[in-house]
Each structure stands twice: as C-alpha cells, then as structure tokens.
Design a protein around this ligand. Structure first.
Ligand code: LLP
Length: 405
C-alpha cells in the first residue's frame, strides 16, 4: 500500500531538504492501521518494528499499549510517555539491564522460559505474569522469522506449560495471561490455529486468567498480488476463543493483539539518491546511496520491497538496484537464495531519486553502522506538515564511544 500523502514531488523535496538516505513516515497510514484493529480490546505495539520516539508517542496517543524486548526498548517506552501499566516485557531471557528495570518499575512480564520465573521472583516478587506458549508449530514469511515449533528458541513448549504454571504459582505469581506468537508475516490459518491451542491451554490456568494475546505476525501487502489480511475476521475468530474461556473462568477475558509490521510497515518509504549506473555484461545496475545498513530485509530474507524511480517514467528495462557497501550482498533486488531479481525501471542517472516502499517496519530498527555509514535521518509527515523526527547521525557521534590507545 502506498501512502497517498507521499507523492513523488513531495518525497523529492524532502530528500533535497534533509539529504539521503531518508526514511519518510506517514502518520495517517499508522492511524488507519490502528483503527482497523478495533475488534481487539488491547492493541500492544511491538516496538521492535520501529522504535522511533515520535511513532511510539503517536501510537500511545491513539491508545495503544507497548511490547518491549530489551532494556533499551524499556527506556524508549518511558521516554515516549507510556505509563508502566501499559508496558509488557516479552523475552525468553532477562539480561541484567532489563531485569533491573523490570524490578525497578514493576513491569509485567510475558515469560518465555521457566528460568525467567526464578529470576523474576528475586527482582520483582509476587504479582502477576503472562506465559508465552510455543504451540509446537510456527509460520512466517521466512524460516528465520518463524517463532513456533522445535526449531524455535521462543516460548514455553506447550507440553511443559502445566509445569510452568505450577512453578509460577509456587514462586508466588498469579498467572493472569497466556500468549502465543507463531511467527512474523504468518498466514491466516496458522495464526488462527494457535488460538485453538491457546484456548485449550487456558483450562490449565483456570480462573486467574484475565488476558489472552494472539501475538503479532499479521502479514502486509508488499506486492500488489499479496492478499489483504482479513483482520475483522481474524478478530472474530479470536473473540470466539475468548468467549469460550469466559464460559469457564466466569470472568471477562481481555483480547490482546501485538503487531509491529501491521501498524507501521506501509507508512514508510526510504528515499535514496542514484549515485552511479553501470552495465556488467548484460546486467543493468543502478547504485544508490542507501544499502543494507538502512534496509537489511532483502539481504537477510530475500524480502521484496517495491522500488520506484521518483518522477521518471518510460523506457523501462530490467534493473538491479544496489547500495554503496563493500559487499556483493548489498542488493535490494534479490530473491530468497540471494539470486538477482531485476525490476523494471526507467533509465536513471546520478542525482535521480528512488523510493523503496513499505520500510516502516524493520527498516531503520535493523539499521547498522556497517562500513561506518551513519544512521539515516527520519521524517514524519501528517497531512501537509512534516517534521524531522531523527536527525542523521553525525560522524562525531559515530566515533564518540571509541578511544585510541
Ligand atoms: N510479538 C512477538 C513476541 C514477536 O517476537 C514479534 C516479532 C512481534 C510481536 C511482532 O511481529 P510482527 O507483527 O511485526 O510480525 N525482522 C523481521 C521480523 C522479525 C520479527 C520478530 N518478532 C522482518 O523484517 O521481517
């Protein structure tokens, strides 16, 4: 989906004003995606998708809660104004910095391994916990993002859940939540199947249960041929499970969803400037100033992102779009095995701009300083207005943590 407000002329103007590479996010798209989740009682944004403070604040103002997975994300959640009650820490382990913050702020924890229960009992004794179930199967747009089944490190193995519930109770915790997340970019059927398992597991918890979470993982349409996810139908399927659980707990069960990609992927565009073009044998290359340090998804998963030339048409030919990094994998147009997947583009020259679409999720959040490239700037637009919400990292900042011996 292309944000309507991000037309070519505007993107080019922003690129000229702020330089490239530049991420541009559209607030209206995020609001629309959030509104589509009205069938759920709690929308918990998975901050890892894009933890920019302004986006966090926007989602907080829409009423979203937040899922954090590290000490850094806890710091961000507080900086964006989330109260402690709206923060859940989800992980399969506590590193020391995260455990200290969980204890200090009394944060609710979605526990992914039994070892965490003993550590939590020391750092934040008593209170409630959620248990994350590994349902024994998973799904996702790539094997690397499948989070259920024997090959996944995530969650408490479904057959061990009864033992984990006993351990939680014996350590003084009330189990108030059950959670499942089968993977990222999963299909409708797998996402629903995890609901059946969770509903059965709820019987093991009994009447302390208050919340069930179906996790995130909702797919978005990276290609025009991808199907639209029927989110209203999905909410109805899970609501049925919540009702079935209410029938035996005799208390209201809150239905929670925890998406990252669904909320922010489509709001974002990465604008890059063409700096060179070349022909290698029969292959046409366009080299731009953004690389896998800005968007690693094609290199890491063979993920497809639509790429367009801004304000240029005609004479299209199969083109490979690559970045500036000294590594052959720095190509945006590649398939799952790293094979080139050229896309039709008009003839381009240095100084032209290209836009890479649907980069709002797992774009800047997975960025790196590889090749000592500074982290890129981020702009938010809302209607006719725009703001720089993260300035480009300076070279002084890049070098600051180091010292020469
Ligand atoms: N909840 C839990 C427990 C998760 O592990 C994740 C994602 C989410 C929610 C949010 O998933 P989403 O709704 O965004 O699919 N870097 C990969 C995605 C990795 C997701 C990891 N966990 C990518 O670029 O596709």
């Amino acid at each position: 989906m292309r944000p309507v407000a991000l037309d070519d002329a505007r993107l080019a103007a922003l690129a000229r004003e702020h330089g490239t590479p530049l991420y541009v996010y559209d607030a209206a798209t995020i609001r629309a995606r959030h509104a589509a989740l009205a069938g759920f009682d709690v929308v918990r944004y998975a901050a890892k998708a894009n933890p920019n403070l302004t986006l966090l604040k926007l989602l907080r103002n829409l009423g979203a809660s937040i899922d954090v997975v590290s000490a850094g994300e806890i710091e961000r959640a507080f900086a964006a104004g989330f109260p402690a009650e709206r923060i859940v820490f989800t992980a399969d382990l506590f590193d020391r910095a995260a455990l200290e913050r969980v204890g200090r702020h009394g944060l609710h924890v979605n526990v992914g391994s039994q070892a965490m229960l003993a550590q939590l009992a020391d750092a934040r004794p008593g209170g409630s916990v959620t248990l994350r179930i590994n349902p024994g199967f998973g799904d996702g747009h790539h094997a690397k993002v499948t989070t259920g089944g024997e090959l996944s490190k995530h969650g408490i193995w479904h057959a061990d859940l009864a033992g984990a519930i006993d351990e939680a109770r014996s350590r003084g915790f009330a189990v108030t939540g059950l959670h499942v997340h089968v993977g990222s970019g999963a299909n409708f059927e797998s996402l629903c199947a995890s609901g059946e398992l969770l509903a059965r597991s709820a019987r093991l918890v009994g009447d302390t249960l208050r919340t069930i979470s179906c996790g995130g993982g909702l797919p978005v349409r990276y290609r025009p041929t991808d199907l639209e996810f029927d989110v209203a139908r999905y909410a109805r399927a899970w609501r049925e499970h919540a009702r079935a659980i209410e029938a035996f707990t005799r208390r209201p069960i809150e239905l929670e969803i925890e998406p990252g990609r669904w909320l922010v992927a489509e709001c974002g565009v990465l604008v890059a400037e063409v700096r060179a073009t070349k022909r290698q044998g029969e292959r046409e290359f366009v080299l731009v100033d953004a690389g896998f340090h800005n968007l690693v998804r094609p290199t890491m998963y063979g993920a497809y992102h639509e790429i367009r030339a801004l304000a240029k048409t005609g004479g299209e030919r199969p083109t490979i779009v690559a970045g500036p990094l000294c590594e052959s994998a720095d190509v945006f147009t590649q398939g799952q095995d790293g094979e080139f997947a050229p896309i039709p583009l008009p003839p381009l020259a240095p100084g032209d701009f290209v836009a890479l679409h649907d980069v709002g999720a797992y774009g800047s959040s997975m960025a790196s300083n590889y090749n000592s490239q500074p982290l890129a700037a981020e702009v938010l637009i809302d209607g006719a207005r725009s703001w720089l919400v993260r300035r480009r990292q300076s070279f002084d900042e890049l070098l600051a943590p180091e010292r020469e011996l």
